[in-house]
Ligand binder design. Structure first.
Ligand code: ZN
Ligand code: ZN
Length: 143
């Protein structure tokens, strides 16, 4: 139609009748699922192609080979996390931002899923250290 007026369409963030694409990752438009048995669709293979190079760079060879599950990884869901904004683009529910880097940074989410457990465990330990009374109580119990 008016294709001349939109030579640089943002194909990484768009909605059509079957799919919603957010930051290059495709989900079924009806359920917001990457892997959906109802539609049915499995977008993991296509979506992985976008992030796999970046993951390979960030992760060590061992992590990439042993922990990256590729097309069998846990699928993402954007159900109830996206909405169509006035220009017809899909945006995140929380910030109403198209291609939101906070909500839809797929490469970072996958990277954290593989590599990010250590940080969480450390912060939990720090919280425990902040209770000096617990230790004295423990000593009394032990005596
Ligand atoms: Zn579906
Ligand atoms: Zn957001």
């Amino acid at each position: 139609m008016d294709s001349q007026f939109a030579p640089q369409q943002d194909v990484d963030n768009m909605v059509d009748s079957d799919n919603v694409t957010i930051n290059g990752f495709m989900f079924c438009a009806r359920h917001g699922l990457e892997l959906c048995n109802k539609c049915p669709t499995d977008n993991r293979g296509a979506n992985n192609m976008i992030v796999e190079d970046g993951l390979h760079e960030k992760l060590s060879e061992e992590e990439y080979n042993t922990k990256w599950q590729g097309d069998d990884r846990e699928p993402f869901s954007v159900a109830h996390q996206w909405t169509r904004v006035s220009n017809g683009k899909p945006a995140c529910m929380e910030h109403k931002e198209v291609g939101c880097k906070e909500c839809f940074d797929w490469g970072e989410k996958l990277y954290r899923g593989i590599h990010g457990h250590r940080k969480q465990r450390q912060s939990r330990l720090h919280k425990k250290d902040k209770h000096p009374h617990d230790e004295s109580q423990k000593e009394k119990v032990m005596h």
